[in-house]
Design a protein. Structure first.
Length: 438
């Protein structure tokens, strides 16, 4: 018989969040915000890397979160000397998952969890080793998105090689028996995009829901929502993110040049290996006097910059998420994006101009047309900006997402057949387990 749970029943949840960091964007922000919001509804033990410990404990000392504990795990320094920054991250993450399984098993003996949720890293082609013993929630995972092959001609030799290696890594991952067992073991698999959902289905996941991994915290909504929607001149377009070939900034610059908006500006915020190439492209297109490259800015500085702009241009070719689109919407900016991956799902014609593109030349022309329309029509910018702000602050608030996850847990645990497990002890786990209490 299914367990009868009330909305007030607090479950014991193990949350696997390799990436988890307060006041951060991207996946570290997903790990932190998910843990914080789910803890409003359930008792949460978050398993994460030891190198996140200092910043997490500093945040908890300022604002303790009832119901939330952290468990820290890493291999000894001598066993991870070869990992530096992004170098070796994929292999280390795989090995970390193996080690985390042993930590989770010991913790389960003390706590007796009701459910485990693997939330970061979020790649469908990498396994979780926590899926065997308890009702298991996977994701949202991404990575099923691909840049259309017609766009590879602009990537250069290095970009094409990287894309080919990415395709190979996914092909190998899909044939990893541990990945397939993770998919089959999931009570629910959250996919960040429809493309990833299709790949999860092929791997054998039984119940799949398309849910963005992105959200906005109450603090972010307040900071970004302070901006009034601009009506001043000059009209200012902006792109924000790492300057990588697949982010498609070359399409944005070419579209801006083709639009010929001589009294408009284009701000590029971010840094990366494509910066020199993009600056040279702006020179070649004779728009360098209108384009400003700011380099990498801190999170608050980037928010301030968004509030000084009118339209976000985000022509990314295979984003699973697209955090900046959500942040721009909250700040009241319409978004120009390609109808690909996460941004293509987030941005509807009410909040911006998602572009259907099958060829680079078509994308450039559509970007130019979208820029021209928004440049010439301030009421359209205001209307789309207001709609984007309303959607970002409701559908994508972490408060709502945490409540949705909590409700899903109730459904899964309440319908599980094997719930005759012994009860869990109350209180904190012994400090030898490296657990941060409430």
């Amino acid at each position: 018989m299914p367990l009868k749970l009330t909305p007030m029943t607090r479950l014991r949840v193990l949350l696997s969040a390799y990436a988890c960091e307060p006041d951060a964007g991207s996946e570290p922000g997903v790990g932190w915000n998910a843990a914080r919001e789910i803890a409003r509804h359930h008792d949460v033990w978050t398993l994460t890397r030891s190198n996140n410990r200092e910043v997490i404990e500093r945040a908890l000392s300022r604002a303790p979160i009832p119901g939330l504990r952290f468990v820290y795990f890493d291999f000894p320094r001598w066993a991870r000397f070869w990992k530096r920054g992004r170098r070796g991250v994929h292999l280390y993450y795989y090995l970390w998952q193996l080690g985390a399984r042993s930590v989770a098993r010991r913790l389960h003996q003390a706590v007796r969890f009701d459910l485990v949720h693997h939330i970061t890293f979020a790649r469908y082609w990498a396994p979780s080793f926590l899926s065997a013993d308890l009702p298991f929630v996977w994701g949202p995972v991404g990575g099923g998105e691909s840049a259309p092959k017609q766009f590879w001609t602009d990537f250069g030799a290095g970009g094409c090689a990287t894309e080919a290696l990415r395709e190979l890594a996914r092909w190998l991952g899909e044939r990893d028996p541990f990945v397939r067992s993770t998919a089959r073991a999931s009570a629910v698999a959250f996919a960040s995009t429809a493309e990833t959902a299709a790949r999860l289905q092929a791997l054998g996941a039984h119940r799949i829901q398309v849910v963005s991994q992105l959200g906005l915290s109450i603090e972010e909504i307040r900071r970004l929502g302070r901006a009034s929607i601009r009506t001043d001149t000059p009209v200012r377009f902006v792109s924000v993110g790492n300057l990588l070939y697949w982010k498609g900034l070359h399409l944005g610059l070419r579209g801006f040049a083709r639009a010929g908006l001589r009294d408009a500006e284009y701000w590029v915020i971010g840094d990366g290996p494509e910066r020199r190439r993009l600056k040279a492209l702006a020179e070649d297109l004779h728009v360098s006097d209108q384009v400003t490259f700011f380099g990498r800015l801190g999170r608050e500085e980037a928010f301030d910059a968004l509030r000084q702009c009118d339209v976000l241009v985000h022509p990314s070719l295979h984003d699973s998420g697209g955090y900046v689109c959500l942040e721009a919407m909250c700040a009241g900016l319409p978004v120009i994006c390609l109808r690909l991956g996460g941004p293509g799902d987030q941005v509807t014609p009410d909040e911006g101009i998602p572009i259907e593109s099958s060829r680079p030349e078509q994308a450039i022309q559509e970007v130019a047309s979208a820029m021209t329309r928004l440049y010439r029509d301030p009421p359209m910018r205001q209307r789309m900006g207001a709609a984007g702000r309303a959607r970002a602050t409701t559908a994508y608030s972490w408060e709502r997402k945490g409540r949705d996850f909590a409700d899903t847990y109730h459904t899964i645990v309440g319908s599980a057949e094997s719930l005759g497990r012994p009860g869990a002890p109350n209180g904190n786990v012994d400090a030898s387990s490296s657990v941060k209490g409430e």
